[in-house]
Ligand binder design. Structure first.
Ligand code: THU
Length: 133
């Protein structure tokens, strides 16, 4: 777990966040031990910004990863207290990860982390089962 948080910490250094100066990194752990990471990427047109969690998800899909094999997620931010994924990222996580998937939230330094899950972050999530049998 700490190793996955360390992966997220390392990639956070690549964040492109000149507007908020709030650097975020996310790491997805797969069954085979591989890790795919992502960072927040901001834009002068603010709404174009992509969060670290979605960058990691989109990167993994682009690499052809089987998202059913994600077994844990870590998100790190260089904030003043442990953060929490935004609503858009919660919906993106609900699309690709099992509800029970653990999500570890931490900061750039220290041993402190919060453990939650995809279902806890977005209970009663809208998903494709709501549209199709
Ligand atoms: N951000 C993330 O990357 N993940 C989160 O869970 C919360 C917010 C980013 C988006 C933006 O670049 C900056 O943090 C401030 O909102």
């Amino acid at each position: 777990m700490i190793q996955l948080i360390d992966q997220a910490r390392e990639v956070t250094k690549n964040a492109y966040a000149p507007y908020s100066n709030y650097h975020v990194g996310a790491a997805l752990l797969f069954q085979d031990g591989s890790v795919v990471r992502g960072v927040n990427i901001e834009n002068a047109s603010y709404s174009v910004t992509n969060c670290a969690e979605r960058s990691a998800i989109f990167s993994a899909i682009s690499q052809g990863k089987n998202m059913k094999e994600v077994i844990a997620v870590a998100v790190v931010a260089d904030g003043v207290r442990i953060g929490s994924p935004c609503g858009v990222c919660r919906q993106a996580m609900a699309e690709f990860f099992a509800p029970t998937t653990p999500v570890y939230l931490s900061l750039m330094q220290g041993d402190e982390f919060t453990t939650t899950s995809v279902a806890e972050l977005l209970p009663f999530a809208f998903n494709k089962q709501d549209m199709y049998e």
